[in-house]
Design a protein around this ligand. Structure first.
Ligand SMILES: [Zn+2]
Length: 236
């Protein structure tokens, strides 16, 4: 194969030809080659300001459930918003570039806040292996890598694993849901977490039950500290 063909990202080039790159927030065609969200949508992402705020609503969500050093979400997840479009594009349309952007934006808010200093490692919320195969990636890992680009904190993969699907929980009671969720994760390698200050990273926090189960399990590793950061917070 000649060098041109080897270097050409053919799927991307064909995709750009037949499906012009569109902003996941508003659907407008993007003209900048490296742009993944249009400047207008970017400026309309609804900021929470939680990163520098102790006892913010994300931290309060976990009170009485699991101990955390700090927790934050950079944006509000509101229905019909550009943020919803961006996260949907990352999760269901293979738009990893938008995930990286959201991760970097989250990383900047953590770096500016000061309350998240001294973290040794980032842990993406694990996704079931079958879903990783279907989607081609774990969206939480894409976000964590974006956070890492900005903060230079390394990402630890494979310390945790996910065993079960926990999606169809709507008809279960709160206790059944908790049992189902808490059995969904396992600690694959506690040695890499022991004695470290960790940040668990995910796309959205809603009820917090999966993050709570994961965080509870992470504490059993003997880690020194644990915080949570997500791109978006869905108020209930
Ligand atoms: Zn837009």
């Amino acid at each position: 194969m000649n060098a041109f063909l080897r270097d050409l990202d053919l799927p991307h080039a064909l995709g750009a030809l037949f499906f012009p790159h569109r902003c996941p927030g508003c659907g407008d065609t993007l003209h900048g080659r490296r742009e993944c969200v249009c400047p207008e949508c970017l400026s309309r992402f609804p900021e929470t300001g939680f990163a520098s705020q102790p006892d913010n609503p994300v931290e309060r969500l976990f009170w009485g459930r699991v101990a955390l050093d700090a927790a934050t979400s950079r944006y509000y997840f509101t229905g019909d918003s550009a943020m919803q479009g961006a996260l949907h594009a990352l999760k269901y349309q293979g738009d990893k570039a938008t995930g990286t952007l959201l991760g970097r934006l989250l990383g900047h808010s953590l770096a500016d806040a000061g309350r998240f200093n001294g973290i040794d490692a980032l842990i993406p919320m694990p996704l079931h292996p079958r879903k990783v195969r279907l989607r081609g990636y774990n969206q939480a890992e894409i976000i964590a890598r974006g956070v890492s680009d900005v903060t230079h904190i390394p990402v630890i993969m494979h310390a945790l694993s996910r065993k079960k699907h926990t999606d169809t929980q709507t008809k279960k009671s709160r206790l059944e849901r908790w049992r189902n969720v808490s059995e969904a994760f396992s600690l694959a390698d506690s040695g890499v977490l022991e004695g470290r200050r960790l940040l668990l990273v995910d796309d959205v926090v809603t009820t917090g039950s999966s993050l709570e189960a994961c965080a509870t399990l992470i504490w059993t590793s003997g880690c020194k500290g644990l915080s949570i950061a997500t791109v978006a917070f869905a108020e209930r």
